[in-house]
Design a protein around this ligand. Structure first.
Ligand code: SAH
Length: 278
């Protein structure tokens, strides 16, 4: 008879002591961090972050924390995903609290899924902390509701960045779904995207907005009909990161903005600081 011992096999590698937290940092304004995210950043022994996470959020970290920037920047390639995965696994072997900080939400175009799979495969414990995704942040700070009764029954979050050899975005299906379209990473290809949405049946006068640097002091919102949005965004000098909103809700936003000021960002900062005070 063969006895099979369950668990406790000496051959099995020890589980790393650290926990990796995949944390959403929100769209930029530190006031839009969750309390859990802020606490984890403060507690982090190792902080691995993207280029989209601003200095005022990183400043919450303890001075002794090890900070590792793995972000892409103009003129500099980001660290490849497989190397980030390895880095997180290795960090969990030597540190108790590892925070992987990402712009927006880790599971919305944030590669959080890839990192979670790699951590799980390596036996590393991990948690996911959601963040305010760019579509929600941009909508709120530009005063454009993502849904609106009788006008938009659905919101589609889609990437404008289609990888070579990857699954292509089905713009026809997206145009056909109706409702609001929120396009991430689309500014550089806006002219082509607008053309494809029109070819898929969206009217040339469908209201559109480009919200650049949403929730940050340098936020810019450009609105124009679908047929002219690429030219309008270029003329206004809109720069990444930018979120593109397509649909009738953009016109509702114009009416909302005409009726009152959107709250000043500074006040949001102060409120967040007070909530976080030790
Ligand atoms: N995980 C992130 C998205 C990362 S992909 C999230 O949930 O928001 C990067 C894209 O997000 C950018 O190209 C841009 O389209 C959008 N984005 C991120 N921050 C933004 C901001 N402050 N303003 C406008 N768009 C933003």
């Amino acid at each position: 008879m063969i006895a099979i011992a369950e668990g406790g096999s000496r051959a099995r590698p020890r589980r790393p002591r650290g926990v990796v937290h995949l944390v959403g940092a929100g769209p930029g304004d530190p006031g839009l961090l969750t309390l859990r995210a802020a606490r984890l950043i403060r507690r982090a022994d190792v902080l691995v972050h993207d280029a989209l996470v601003g200095e005022d959020i990183l400043a919450l970290a303890a001075p002794a924390a090890e900070r590792i920037d793995v972000g892409k920047r103009a003129g500099r390639r980001g660290v490849p995903q497989h190397a980030i995965n390895r880095l997180l696994i290795e960090a969990a072997g030597r540190a108790r609290t590892v925070v992987r900080l990402k712009g927006g939400d880790p599971f919305v175009f944030g590669r959080g899924g890839e990192e979670a799979l790699a951590l799980a495969a390596a036996g590393v414990r991990f948690r996911v902390v959601p963040g305010i995704t760019a579509a929600a942040g941009a909508a709120a700070s530009a005063g454009i509701p993502l849904t609106h009764r009788s006008l938009a029954h659905a919101v589609t979050l889609v990437t404008g960045h289609e990888e070579e050899g990857g699954r292509r975005v089905d713009w026809e299906a997206i145009a056909g779904a109706g409702g609001t379209i929120a396009i991430y990473m689309g500014l550089g290809r806006l002219e082509e995207i607008a053309r494809r949405l029109r070819a898929a049946g969206l009217a040339a006068d469908t209201p559109c907005a480009v919200v650049a640097h949403a929730t940050l002091p340098e936020q810019r919102t450009v609105t124009a009909p679908l047929s002219g949005i690429a030219r309008a965004a270029a003329a206004a000098g809109a720069a990444a990161p930018a979120l593109i909103l397509v649909g009738d809700v953009v016109a509702v936003g114009e009416r909302i903005r005409a009726h009152g000021p959107v709250p000043r960002k500074r006040r949001v900062h102060r409120a967040a600081r007070a909530a976080l005070a030790p």
